[in-house]
Design a binder for this molecule. Sequence first.
Ligand SMILES: [Zn+2]
Length: 345
Amino acid sequence: MTQADPPERVLVPTVRGPVDAADLGVTLPHEHLFVLSAEFQSNYPHLWDREAGVRAAVRQLSAAYDAGVRTLVDMTVLGQGRDIGLVGAVAERTPINIVVATGIYSVDGIPLFARFRGPGCAVEAEEPLIDLLTRDVTTGIGDTAVRAGLVKFACESVPPDAAAHRMAAVTAEVHRRTGVPVVVHCDPFEGNGLALVRLLEREGVAPGSVVIAHAGDGGDLGRLRALAETGCLLGYDRYGMTPFASDAQRNATLAELVRAGHVAQLLVSQDHAAHIDYLTPEQKAHTYPDWTYVHLFTKVLPRLLREPGIDEATVHTLLVDNPRRLLSRVPAPHPEAHSEEAHAI
Ligand SMILES: [Zn+2]
């Protein structure tokens, strides 16, 4: 047969089932539906009305759909109250594809569930987390067939502490077994992103498969460039969380990285949650007035497009191509090609 084979179809798992990667469209790669303190919710059920919460999330997603969003990644993992039943109830009532993640969010060490058992622990044992997180990717979460498309952990210690070393080993093994990209919640202010990329690299994860989430909150351009030079993806994923960084600051450094040849490594999102029980809705509205699923579209992108070197094609790369490649489990291209020419711009 001499005819070229058609390009292989890549299917991305979503809550409603697999979706052709080519059909993902505009994608928000780091958001949340519900961030819940699970024990507080189960012990004090009067705190939050689940049904009303689902309805509110559906309404907010409808605004995102109207703004052009077709896919949203819910990065809520264990430690943030991931509840696949709630996510499923939303997915049934929105046209937006929802991709979910697995992993552990624990910024103060390994959760108690796994703290005393595992390699090097008081009870020397096999790592209990690897099979659990792998199951989320290969079999399904809980008693559902919903499979996770990414694996995440969190590290705010500078330099990365023992818990981060353990979680890097866990997520690297899940990545090796399944191919899902690794997303790390970092500390962008003290700046531990570079150390986390190197840590994961030592565990066998190529930087092109690593997202340093929240990197774009940091204002140190030299540090951001050094991070980008590794070939990792940088999360400009908290637009609207202005107490951490202004839109103008994020846009300025993002545009610098685009002009330096790193456009394929940048992800834009808002880290928004339809409901997060760390704050009352009133506190949330007061502290983060711009924090929504649509802030990017109403305020950020129109201003970003005024930056030199940014055009509609750049925005398409950020919102469509980069998330699609990430969710297709394809590493980001290494930025080495840009060195001479791009630096001269
Ligand atoms: Zn997040």
